[in-house]
Design a protein around this ligand. Structure first.
Ligand code: SAM
Length: 277
């Protein structure tokens, strides 16, 4: 079979996905060990039986709903190609808004930054690539996530990021930061979306936060004040319908300049606030 024949038959079969062409392209590139331009340049090249079998196995898993990122073990985020694993969330494009907003803040040149619940390291590593003089701490409850983020850090040799396990602030040294960022779990325990689509394959530890989805956001809002310098910023990603609740939590915790930003879909996606006193 040629590349073009295998690709076309797979796209036709992949009716369950929203993006059959992209899925098949990513899977085929992974199996052949090539980039997407190769598929377009050499459509008539033969694919070996082994490669075809491996591709069809992955395609079947995709048809069963498994996210492409888990099948190929990586996901693009910002300018990085990050290793992913079922130990943590697959980084989402919406989270790049948090990176953009963080980079726009007026912060010291050698800002100290904390990323709570770093997962693959997505936010911390994206910030580190853009600001080599920032000193960034990134923590996660799951040691497997910390190990994964460390592999991603090493791949890009980002020496200004330090990763370790911590239950939110529990293992953070007595220190104040200029910026705290977090994309914590924020889905309600009984949300029906948890049993649909990609979320079925991602760990509850990365998604679910108590009955109202606000348990971790509440804790981070309350405790961050004690870890921020005066004039320091807290940036939190949250659910599209949690903006008002998060603004209230931040007001109650004594933050100033509380403001919610919308993502490209026009949905309330992140809220930032400044420690003023
Ligand atoms: C929604 S995921 C975000 C991952 C990553 N920051 C991103 O944006 O792709 C939440 C992360 O918080 C971590 N987490 C959950 N509870 C935690 C806790 N008590 N302390 C630290 N991290 C926690 C999870 O393991 C998971 O990696």
């Amino acid at each position: 079979m040629t590349i073009a024949e295998l690709f076309q038959s797979a796209v036709g079969a992949n009716r369950l996905s929203d993006s059959p062409e992209l899925d098949c392209q990513l899977l085929l590139c992974f199996v052949l060990g090539v980039d997407s331009s190769y598929l377009k340049t050499w459509p008539e090249r033969q694919v070996s039986d082994d490669q075809s079998t491996q591709f069809n196995r992955l395609l079947q898993r995709r048809l069963d709903g498994e996210p492409v990122a888990y099948l190929i073990g990586s996901q693009g985020f910002w300018s990085l190609d990050l290793k992913v694993s079922p130990a943590t969330l697959i980084p989402r494009p919406e989270t790049e808004l948090l990176v953009e907003v963080a980079l726009d803040l007026a912060l010291p040149e050698q800002a100290s930054v904390l990323d709570l619940g770093t997962g693959t390291g997505a936010i911390a590593l994206a910030l580190a690539t853009e600001r080599s003089r920032w000193e960034i701490c990134a923590v996660d409850l799951q040691q497997q996530a910390v190990d994964l983020a460390e592999r991603n850090r090493q791949r890009y040799q980002l020496d200004n990021v330090r990763l370790f396990a911590s239950n939110w602030f529990a293992a953070i040294p007595a220190q104040r930061f200029d910026l705290i960022v977090s994309n914590p779990p924020y889905i309600e325990a009984n949300d029906p979306h948890l049993s649909q689509g990609d979320l079925r394959f991602e760990p509850a530890s990365a998604l679910v936060s108590g009955d109202d989805g606000l348990g971790d956001l509440r804790l981070v809002c309350t405790q961050s004040v004690d870890y921020l310098n005066r004039g320091g910023w807290l940036l939190l990603e949250h659910g599209f319908d949690q903006g008002a609740a998060v603004r209230e939590l931040l007001d109650q915790a004594g933050f100033a300049s509380v403001e919610t930003r919308r993502d490209l879909n026009g949905l309330e996606r992140l809220t930032l606030a400044c420690r003023s006193d």
